[in-house]
Structure formats: structure tokens, C-alpha cells
Design a protein around this ligand. Structure first.
Ligand code: FE2
Ligand code: FE2
Length: 252
């Protein structure tokens, strides 16, 4: 097992420091971006209770940002400039801001169900990572993300009871699927291997993406939704990713 790095002063070399900063940079960007996209979601939340809940999530994402920002600042990053110069929300996820534009409550639900969840899945990996300050921060973050995840699931299940809404969700699903898979990055890269070697990650991106889809497969089945076919997708999926969903046809 790779050595545990208990504080910034124990960072062994430049390569490790650079990779820790890269991982935190990606996460911090997504925490801010998620808060901003939740800001769009609030507009379409159907009830006041939902609006309150989404604004609470938004607040939590900004607190997550602060937790990571503190660690980045310790390593010398100017976090005020980071916030000022940030890219627009959606660009933090896919590089293209237009990808994540929330137009209604269906988009908001798919964002919460797919993107926030994928981002959480990615950082749950860091809770087992060798940089202890990052692992500890993410253990705190993960507790709140559990609530976001449950809400996304509940909204999706509720909405897919209506057949027309379910068809519309299925129609839009591919876009959100692609954006969520991009969060895990390409599989089998030298960067991935380095992270595994020094214990910053325990698994390759392909395995994390596969586990993420495993975690939503049953919800998909309950909602009567399916994953897109490999042939429809504009990205190469790692071979271990399983796109089957067995529909409990009689249950519906
Ligand atoms: Fe978060
Ligand atoms: Fe979240």
C-alpha cells in the first residue's frame, strides 16, 4: 500500500504535489459549477420546498468548495483569483458551457441524478486516497452529497411515473449520460496509473465509471429507463462498462 501523506509538509516530491493540485483543481471547479447550476435549477423547482432544498444544496456545494480551497491555498494557490477567473458553470464539466443549460425541471433532475452523482462518485474515490487532508475533507463532503443523491433519485422516480415525461427523459438521457461519463476522464492514462501507484486513487477511471453505472442501474430499471447503446455515443467507453438494464416489465 502507498504511504499516507498526512499533511502538506509531508508531500514527497513535485510530481505528487502537482497531481494533488490537479485533482483538487478539478474538484473545486466542479463544486463551484454545481452550485451555479443549482442556481439555474431553483428557477424551475416546482414547489417552494423544492426551491428551499435546492438552495440548501447550492449552499452545501459552496461549502465543499471552501473545504477544498483551503487545501489548495495551503499549497500556494491564490483562491480569490481562482473564483474571480473561473470558467462559466457548465464549462467546468464538459469544456462547453452550452452542454449544461437547465431549461426546466427535467433538466434539473437529470443534472442532479447524473452529474452531481457522478462528481460525487469520483470524489468518494479520494476518501480512500493517500493525501490525508483531501481524504478527510471528502469524507465530510460525502455525507452531504448523500442527501443530494437521494433527492435526485426520488425526483426521477416520481417524474417517470408519467409516461410522456418518461419518454422525454429517455430522449434527453444521452446528453446527460455523456457529460457524466466525461467526469471520470479517460481510462488507462499515465496520469491514472500514477495516481494508483502513489495511492491517490484505488482504481482506474474505467472501473470508477463502471461502478457509477452499477450504482444507478437499479434506479434506471425502476424508472423504466435504459442506457444509450454504445454505438450512439460520441465517446469511447471503457470495456468493463455494462450498459444493460433489466426491466422489471411486470412491475410497471
Ligand atoms: Fe459537492
Ligand atoms: Fe452535490
Amino acid at each position: 500500500m502507498a504511504a499516507q501523506i498526512r499533511s502538506k509538509d509531508a508531500i514527497p516530491d513535485q510530481a505528487y504535489r502537482k497531481m494533488v493540485l490537479t485533482l483538487m483543481d478539478k474538484q473545486a471547479g466542479r463544486e463551484v459549477a454545481t452550485a451555479e447550476v443549482f442556481g439555474q435549477c431553483v428557477l424551475y423547482a416546482p414547489t417552494v420546498e423544492d426551491k428551499i432544498r435546492i438552495t440548501r444544496f447550492q449552499h452545501e456545494e459552496l461549502k465543499h468548495f471552501q473545504l477544498i480551497a483551503r487545501l489548495m491555498a495551503e499549497l500556494g494557490v491564490d483562491m480569490d483569483a481562482y473564483v474571480r477567473d473561473r470558467q462559466k458553470a457548465g464549462a467546468r464539466f464538459t469544456g462547453d458551457e452550452a452542454d449544461i443549460q437547465i431549461q426546466d425541471w427535467i433538466d434539473a433532475t437529470l443534472f442532479n441524478f447524473m452529474i452531481d452523482r457522478a462528481a460525487t462518485f469520483q470524489l468518494s474515490e479520494y476518501t480512500r486516497g493517500s493525501y490525508v487532508p483531501l481524504a478527510e475533507a471528502n469524507r465530510v463532503i460525502l455525507k452531504e452529497e448523500e442527501g443530494h443523491k437521494n433527492f435526485g433519485e426520488a425526483c426521477l422516480e416520481e417524474m417517470t411515473r408519467d409516461e410522456a415525461t418518461r419518454a422525454e427523459i429517455q430522449r434527453r438521457f444521452k446528453k446527460w449520460f455523456v457529460a457524466s461519463i466525461r467526469i471520470f476522464g479517460r481510462a488507462k492514462t499515465p496520469g491514472n496509473q500514477y495516481c494508483i501507484d502513489v495511492g491517490l486513487k484505488t482504481r482506474d477511471s474505467g472501473d470508477i465509471a463502471a461502478a457509477y453505472l452499477d450504482s444507478i442501474r437499479l434506479v434506471m430499471a425502476r424508472c423504466g429507463l435504459r442506457f444509450p447503446d454504445r454505438s450512439e455515443l460520441p465517446l469511447e467507453l471503457p470495456p468493463q462498462v455494462d450498459l444493460t438494464v433489466s426491466q422489471p416489465a411486470l412491475a410497471r
